[in-house]
Design a protein around this ligand. Structure first.
Ligand SMILES: Nc1nc2c(c(=O)[nH]1)N[C@H]1C(S)=C(S)[C@@H](COP(=O)(O)OP(=O)(O)OC[C@H]3O[C@@H](n4cnc5c(=O)[nH]c(N)nc54)[C@H](O)[C@@H]3O)O[C@H]1N2
Ligand SMILES: Nc1nc2c(c(=O)[nH]1)N[C@H]1C(S)=C(S)[C@@H](COP(=O)(O)OP(=O)(O)OC[C@H]3O[C@@H](n4cnc5c(=O)[nH]c(N)nc54)[C@H](O)[C@@H]3O)O[C@H]1N2
Ligand code: SF4
Ligand SMILES: [Mo]
Length: 695
């Protein structure tokens, strides 16, 4: 008999709403949830490949305890009770010997954030951290310093826009289904996409204009755009007067950065910059300078991202149709917000392992995000104190933070590493204990508030019983808390009871989610009054050119531009995502591997020629930190200073037949570099040589 169930995909963190068709209880297809048309009724290739992952036996299928040396891959099966007791006993001993602060709790943001954060609070450690320092952190910090809210507060009305300017943001490849749908609809409406990218991405080739920029040239490019917009009086004067603090400082600051100056730094012709500025000026305010997503490329990432926020201000494109908007949620429809478990526990005080805090290395970075890539330094220096245990939930730092070998050295200093994952991540492979979470179709999670112009609440519910001996996050953290003496804080008996508690102040019942798992909160789009109602939360309540937050921490708001530098004889390694892979986490998937087993390194034809490299040659790629081999793809479609690899290959867990050791891992080539203002890693401050090995 055919039945349908509704839930959310988790093959990446976009969490598209899905419709699962079951034949006598066996999954036959997974598709988009038609009840959520605005978010997207299609699925991407990775979502469809979830079916393979469900039945994959090359993942941990019951708790694992290491028996060989770290990373050797010798494990024994354990019962859940044994594994919980084992982890809890060791955590107690470590807390007693080294203090609770020596326990680090790392995670990638998910629906289960509140359980992970509550767990860290229960342990008494101030050291919880997300994956964000290797993704959007500098952008987030830039938004906080300029608008007083984080990056997730902003949305984009792409469908109604006239110009969408993308700084790399590769919407058609590094995707969420919703944004792909929006951009396709916008193209039907005649939008002009301007993609700035050193290589021809799948979005660049579908654009009205591809700006083949020198890698890292974005900040200089933006300074010149602002120079030209202001000089040509093409900015929205009313908006700037109403909402921008210290506009004159911005005008003076960009004065020397002319299009001719930028041409030398970015390889973009001054005439192109002038033409684009005229076109943007005429289309405003329906112009979106997309703030981006992945923002862990350069030392100057923070200032580049701030310049995007300024450009949107000059166009007056905040809170307007076809521009950017502040996302709306429960409180905008007159309801109270969802409750979260972590807010019922006090946040432990004390210095953090990662150097965030007033007067510290990262004075303006949000503690709630943490800085994952500071783990190595913390372990090596034992400053401000030794770190001894690492609990990792749904995050793979050993694949996703730069310099894999340095991190392995650091992990060897830990007395306990526990990975809670659905798969053999690199980190799980190097851990002491692996607690396997159930596949996303086999579990319920906390309700999600999806903010937007028309906000909704969405429910992930259990579609299938767990096939293997795995457990959901709500249970894993509760069981550990029970054994560590703060089980009373994890008061719920199951996820339904927890979700009822979560909803209890919002005045919504679990039963309202009905069959499709969605509650629509607004019939019409909600816009704030753009003259009086922008939700800017800086001290001045305006978009701050001179940022009170930065100045208060002794950081200059408008520092002079610093020219790009590439060491003689080296190429800059640039990176991105691939449409078929979610970082490295899904690479052991038969369906995916059938379509794209491996990926070459892109290298400019002329650059390759000068190195004696032909298309299809096997090459050795080396940096100061590591080296590896792959095949060269020579093309004009990349800037000559760059080589390009997606972050998806070179996995280390031998248990995974399809992924193990296939291709080159960019993380093994990258060294430690960081944007000390915004907090992100600076992964593209990485320079390599490429040599031919053979045909
Ligand atoms: N299929 C798929 N979709 C995903 C993901 C995935 O893993 N797979 N991951 C999701 C996540 S977590 C993220 S963060 C987003 C990331 O999405 P994006 O922010 O779009 O980031 P990337 O894919 O890293 O890179 C996009 C483009 O930036 C270009 N680029 C490199 N250097 C520069 C530069 O100096 N200047 C400019 N202007 N461009 C440059 C690259 O060539 C690449 O084409 O994708 C999300 N969507
Ligand atoms: N060198 C280099 N490093 C990078 C990047 C790069 O381009 N180059 N990209 C960066 C970016 S943009 C990002 S977002 C990060 C991504 O890196 P991570 O944050 O590590 O994200 P993922 O690879 O999506 O997943 C991490 C782990 O979560 C597991 N997982 C998936 N679903 C579930 C689940 O439902 N429950 C549990 N418990 N676990 C689950 C996966 O198996 C995987 O091991 O990497 C960053 N690091
Ligand atoms: S974008 Fe694809 S993989 Fe990610 S949640 Fe949506 S369908 Fe799943
Ligand atoms: Mo990311």
């Amino acid at each position: 008999m055919e039945t349908k169930a509704y839930s959310q995909c988790e093959m990446c963190s976009a969490r598209c709403p899905i419709e699962v068709t079951l034949d006598d209880g066996v999954v036959s297809t997974i598709f988009g949830n038609p009840a959520v048309g605005s978010i997207g009724t299609r699925l991407c290739a990775k979502g469809a490949a979830a079916k393979w992952f469900l039945n994959d036996t090359e993942k941990p299928t019951r708790p694992q305890i290491r028996v060989g040396s770290r990373g050797e891959g010798q494990w024994r099966d354990a019962s859940w009770n044994e594994a919980y007791d084992y982890v809890a006993d060791r955590l107690k001993a470590i807390a007693e010997k080294w203090g609770a602060q020596s326990i680090l709790v790392g995670y990638r943001g998910s629906l289960n954030n509140e359980f992970v954060k509550a767990f860290a609070r229960g342990l008494g450690t101030p050291n919880d951290f997300t994956h964000n320092s290797v993704c959007p952190l500098s952008l987030h910090t830039a938004c906080q310093a300029t608008l007083g809210v984080g990056r997730k507060a902003l949305g984009f009305d792409i469908e109604n826009s006239e110009y969408v300017v993308l700084y790399g943001r590769n919407i058609y490849e590094s995707l969420t289904v919703a944004e792909v749908n929006q951009l396709m609809a916008a193209m039907d409406n005649g939008v002009k996409i301007v993609t700035i990218d050193p290589r021809a991405s799948k979005t660049a080739v579908r654009s009205y204009y591809w700006v083949k920029i020198r890698p890292g040239g974005d900040w200089a490019f933006n300074l010149a755009l602002m120079n030209e917009i202001i000089k040509s009086n093409l900015f929205d004067e009313h908006f700037v007067q109403t909402w921008v603090k210290d506009f004159d400082a911005l005008r003076n600051y960009v004065e020397p950065y002319t299009p001719e100056w930028a041409e030398k730094e970015t390889d973009v012709e001054a005439a192109t910059i002038r033409r684009l500025v005229r076109e943007f000026g005429e289309a405003k305010p329906k112009v979106i300078f997309h703030i981006g997503w992945f923002a862990a490329r350069y030392l100057s990432e923070f200032h580049m991202r701030r310049s995007i926020l300024f450009l949107n201000a000059l166009m007056g494109s905040y809170e307007v149709e076809g521009g950017l908007f502040f996302k709306k949620g429960l409180t905008d429809v007159g309801r109270k917000g969802l409750k979260e478990l972590d807010s019922t526990l006090d946040a432990p005080k004390g210095d953090r392992f990662d150097g965030i805090g007033p007067g510290k290395k990262f004075p303006i970075v949000d503690k709630g995000q943490g800085i994952a890539h500071m783990l190595v330094e913390a372990a090596e220096t034992e400053q401000p104190y030794p770190v001894k245990a690492l609990i990792i939930y749904r995050f793979d730092p050993l694949y996703s933070t730069p310099d894999t070998n340095a991190l392995i050295q650091a992990l060897n200093k830990f007395e306990l590493v526990v990975a809670i994952d659905v798969n053999w991540s690199n980190t799980a492979w190097y851990a002491d204990v692996v607690l396997p979470e159930s596949h996303f179709l086999e579990r319920g999670d906390p309700i999600q508030e999806r903010k937007g112009l028309k906000p909704i609440l969405a429910l992930r519910r259990t579609v299938l019983p767990a096939r293997f001996d795995t457990q959901p996050a709500w249970r894993i953290f509760k069981e550990l808390a029970n054994r560590l003496g703060f089980g009373d804080k994890f008061f719920y008996k199951d996820i339904d009871e927890y979700n009822e508690w979560k909803l209890s102040e919002a005045g919504i019942e679990l039963s309202q989610f009905g069959k499709t798992g969605v509650v629509n909160l607004a019939k019409e789009k909600i816009w704030y009054d753009r003259d009086t109602g922008l939700k800017i939360k800086t001290p001045s309540k305006k978009i701050e050119v001179i940022s009170a937050k930065m100045e208060g921490a002794g950081l200059p708001s408008l520092p002079p531009y610093e020219p790009l530098q590439v060491p003689e004889g080296k190429l800059r390694l640039i990176i991105g995502r691939n449409a078929l892979y979610t970082q490295g986490s899904l690479s052991n998937n038969k369906y995916i591997k059938e379509v794209l087993p491996n990926h070459p390194i892109w290298i400019n034809k002329k650059a390759a020629e000068s190195l004696g490299i032909n298309d299809g040659d096997l090459v050795l790629v080396s940096s100061d930190t590591g080296s590896g081999t792959t095949v060269a793809y020579t093309t004009d479609a990349i800037h000559p200073e760059a080589v390009y690899l997606p972050h998806a290959f070179g996995k280390r867990a031998k248990a995974q037949r399809y992924a193990y050791s296939v291709g080159l891992s960019d993380a093994e080539l990258q060294n430690f570099a960081t944007d000390y203002v915004g907090g992100s890693a600076a992964m593209q401050e990485c320079f390599v040589t490429v040599e031919k090995i053979s045909k």
